[in-house]
Design a protein around this ligand. Sequence first.
Ligand SMILES: Nc1ncnc2c1ncn2[C@@H]1O[C@H](COP(=O)(O)OP(=O)(O)OP(=O)(O)O)[C@@H](O)[C@H]1O
Ligand SMILES: [Mg+2]
Length: 255
Amino acid sequence: MYSKNMGNTYVFVNQKGGVGKTTSAINIGAFLAEADKKTLLIDFDSQANLSSGVGLSGVKPGVYELISGVADINEVIKETSVPGLFAIPASIDLSGAAVELIEQQERDFFLAKAIEPVKSVYDFILIDCPPSLGVLTINGLVAADKVLIPMQCEYFAMEGLSLLLQTIKRIQKLNPRLDIGGIFFTMYDARTRLTQQVVRQVSSHFKKQVFNAIIPRNIRLSEAPSHGLPISQYDPQCIGAKAYKMLSEELIRRG
Ligand SMILES: Nc1ncnc2c1ncn2[C@@H]1O[C@H](COP(=O)(O)OP(=O)(O)OP(=O)(O)O)[C@@H](O)[C@H]1O
Ligand SMILES: [Mg+2]
């Protein structure tokens, strides 16, 4: 069988809430699909924001049924409004899974095992994680090849980043493939001096890892999910769409 690149699984992680993990997963995924890259989004957060953002709110079976062994991977992969973009939805049930997993020996490997059969089918697999470094995020990191770190340009961003980098080092013992795929800035507001300082500081520390594309604060990006559409379909000409398109092109180039 024709086999896709095996280093294709990316996980969006930042233990801080509301930094743009889900928005980025949806919109980067959509632009990858539009560039003819067959892409699978995995909602691994019981808030299920990614699922509603791609019009799959309340759809089951989903990722909980997958990792608990009740559903087969092919039953949980759903089509979205974007050709070539697929998604595994989540539901509030996933919060129970976090507790169930803690008690099991193989608890860190459930997601990795569950997606193994489809890794060769997609050009990109993007996993959206909750805002914590708990068992779900650990599963995401163990299942991934690369971590993508969205950062909001604010004062405590650097502190949060060093904790996250320590966690990634720890996970590399469980998953030696794991590498940093990149850091990118979200909700950028050029009018505030602090924003510019944070970008400069992080960029000078992590030269190679920082993406050139910066995601601006853009109201259209926050409106799109309530229509169940990625920005590429909701408003492809807005500045937020252009920034996510650039970011996805950079991701393709970096491989
Ligand atoms: N660039 C942007 N401009 C304006 N609003 C944005 C932008 N990116 C995200 N938002 C909005 O900010 C909020 C948080 O974004 P998002 O849900 O993507 O963050 P998150 O990191 O996934 O949050 P959580 O940690 O709760 O999962 C959402 O309401 C989203 O619509
Ligand atoms: Mg989220």
